[in-house]
Ligand binder design. Structure first.
Ligand code: GLN
Length: 194
């Protein structure tokens, strides 16, 4: 039984914990380094990336998470979580930092005010033929995918909304709120094989 964590500083922690529990994982809510040390994979929830960034530093979690990423711990970030896993961000707040790990440039709040939130179906070939029903909430997009990362999905206009790199994965949207379990299944598969 995989034992995984959800970073529980801010954001939609409960929704991720629910999906992971339904998929048969043991789930620990991670706020402290000692809790991170218990788990073999970590989900970074949606929420507000600048807030999670600041809280992670005041809780002494930034370095342990960076160390875990460097050591190959599988991680999955949705929306704000994707931003936190990106090596480079555009339109972050002043001084905003990320854990990094994904060789991508992510643009925060990329869909502008008139389309803050929307839903659409997105083809994700790595998850099979059935498209993903994706909810975007003040979502980021991936502006640039570096040589080490790969795109998993893009919108019809070509904008990239899901990426992976080894044991790391990030999506602009929120599968945890739509009953879409395949991304979390893939994450747990990576945890089992890591
Ligand atoms: N706009 C948020 C941020 O910059 C992300 C929104 C979300 O996670 N739904 O972190």
């Amino acid at each position: 039984k995989p034992h995984v964590g959800v970073l529980a500083l801010q954001g939609d922690v409960r929704e991720h914990a629910h999906v992971l529990t339904r998929l048969g994982a043991d789930v620990t809510l991670v706020r402290r380094p000692a809790e991170l040390a218990l788990v073999s994979g970590l989900v970074l929830p949606g929420g507000e990336s600048s807030v999670i960034d600041k809280l992670s530093r005041s809780f002494g979690m930034q370095d342990p998470i960076k160390t875990a990423i460097a050591a190959g711990m599988p991680m999955y970030g949705t929306c704000a979580g994707l931003i936190l896993l990106a090596d480079r961000i555009v339109d972050g707040i002043s001084g905003q930092q990320t854990f990094g790990g994904l060789d991508v440039t992510v643009r925060r709040n990329a869909f502008g005010t008139q389309a803050d939130s929307f839903e659409t179906d997105v083809a994700v070939p790595a998850l099979g033929e059935t498209p993903v029903h994706a909810v975007f909430i003040r979502a980021p997009i991936v502006d640039e995918v570096g040589a080490l990362a790969e795109s998993l999905a893009s919108l019809d206009d070509g904008r990239i909304v899901a990426v992976s790199q080894g044991p790391l994965m990030g999506t602009s949207f929120h599968p945890e709120v739509t009953g879409e379990y395949r991304f979390h299944e893939r994450f747990l598969d990576v945890v089992r094989s890591a």
